[in-house]
Design a binder for this molecule. Sequence first.
Ligand SMILES: Cc1ncc(COP(=O)(O)O)c(C=O)c1O
Length: 473
Amino acid sequence: MAKYEILAHQLKTQIESGVWLENEKLPSLRKKSAESGYSLMTVLHAYQILESQGYISSQERSGYVVTAKNLVGNRPLVQTSESVSINDFVFDVLQASKNPHMLSLGFAYPDPSLYPRQHLNKSVAAAAKQISLTSALDNLPPGNAELRKLIAKRYAARGISISPDEIVITAGALEALSLSLQACTQPGDWVIVESPTFYGAMQALERLGLKAITIKVSPTTGLDVAALERALQTHSVKACWLMSNFQNPMGYSLSETKKQQVADLMEKYQVALIEDDVYAELYSTANNTNKSPLPIKHYMHNSSSMLCSSFSKSLVAGFRIGWVAAGARALSIQKQQLMSTFETSAPIQLSLVDYLSTKNYELHLKQLRKKLVARKKAMFAFLNEALDGVAKIYIHEGGYFLWIECHLSVDAMDIYHEALRLYITVAPGKLFSLNDEFNHCFRVNASFELNDAKRNQLRKLTEFIKQITPSKR
Ligand SMILES: Cc1ncc(COP(=O)(O)O)c(C=O)c1O
């Protein structure tokens, strides 16, 4: 990048994150040149670029002034990205989380001590005894027949009709989602995703060379259905990748009315729906709710939706078993899978069949839900008190994430780096968006139990956040 481009980029980031506010005067050319060390011409060139992009305007006697148009709060809900590039950043963040001494609040998996280890070990041992020379063949795509039937029965118990024949067993939900996207798109197609969204969605778009339309979602009400329809009207969209229950990273769920409206739009515009429902089982039982929330697929009449989920959040992450209820695309997904991973691990599929048919999964889920509610509330109460009003924390009924929104001028990457220094990981907002709208936010995994040592560690981080937040005066 040329010097003037570097300077323009720096200023743009500062304007978007609220360092320079609407109608505020930027430093004069001479002052900026002196403080940055760039020549007058370089500064002028950078300011002219920002002016041509609508970030600032030149005003007689005042010099260059920030305009309202490009401030974060004024951005349109629907934005487009011709190319997606996020994988390198996701890789770096995940690598940093691997250190076993870290308090891993940046990870998306629940505290591993919450998994029923003994029962799972027994099921693995039982599966090892059963395994035969033909097991690899029996478990070829679409996957183990018994396992598919057990999954279909669990859906039936929730009032959702899914045939075992439309289910394909995959290596985690990630493979299910990725194969689903591949089955309904060609490179260069437009795909709608939420912003912020699970980074896996953006990685899949990047890998398949797809173009993104992002729809900004609210941490309380979620997707704006009118904005979704506008995007469908203005672009030839091939697929929508959405989360309607306990969205990652914000945690909200869509109301039943919105789910119905989204289902209607998918059918009206003949768009494939890829629904990521990995947290559905982790609803809260606090209000005597005893049923997991329904997916959008339940409200659709045609078979163009692909409902993806896994056991990674509710039972065990390391087994890497997920599935897609793929409707009309089940066969094409099986064929794609044959060309990529060939099949999902046969012994692990058998272990899950044993676990689901001989152990008490319902009891495990009941205990898990209760613990998650208690831990999430405890983490919320602690952080809320420690942050003392400098950030807003969003907490929802299900799942185990807290979404934390700091002052617009705070860069959550600074929080991320300070957290690493304190042996904590958090997930910075940048991880979940193709633009910088959520650079002042971060996600915390609240499935871990707090003790004094963890509270002390976290208190240092909250002190840092308070220090970097401008005072209200
Ligand atoms: C929203 C969401 N979808 C999918 C996945 C991937 O799930 P799995 O581990 O089963 O591949 C994750 C994991 O973090 C997730 O948070």
